[in-house]
Design a protein. Structure first.
Length: 134
């Protein structure tokens, strides 16, 4: 009986990346972060360097314009607080807490659904190359 083993994280300086949530719809989220602080980054291939995610947000990238992120490392967990402002109702927002256990590579997502009920989802994660996203 042979089991699957997880690949070790690929690190550039202090930067690592995870992909979580791959499913039948091939939807996933990628998190590129500083392994010591948990701050989120993205890789700017034109400049060949990692930049804080806030610089992508400030550049009016359409997928980030209505979002804020606060992240940190707590032990072996990456904790991301995400706030999504709703386009139709700018005074309303959706808060999502993402907790990624970097030992067992599981992501837990906590948010309130449309009815206001607290909802939890659990997803699998894999380590990926922070520059290539693979």
């Amino acid at each position: 009986l042979i089991g699957c083993t997880q690949n070790p994280p690929i690190t550039y300086s202090n930067i690592r990346a995870l992909r979580c949530g791959l499913n039948k719809n091939k939807t996933y989220r990628q998190y590129t972060f500083d392994k010591n602080t948990g701050y989120l980054y993205f890789y700017d291939s034109s400049k060949e360097k990692f930049k804080p995610l806030s610089q992508r947000i400030e550049s009016n990238s359409s997928s980030y314009i209505n979002q804020e992120y606060i992240s940190k490392i707590n032990g072996h967990k990456l904790i991301i607080n995400e706030i999504n402002y709703l386009e139709q109702f700018p005074e309303k927002f959706l808060k999502i807490v993402r907790i990624i256990n970097m030992k067992n590579l599981k992501e837990r997502i906590i948010f309130k659904d449309k009815e206001g009920n607290l909802t939890t989802k659990k997803l699998n994660c894999i380590w990926i190359d922070p520059k290539l996203g693979l």
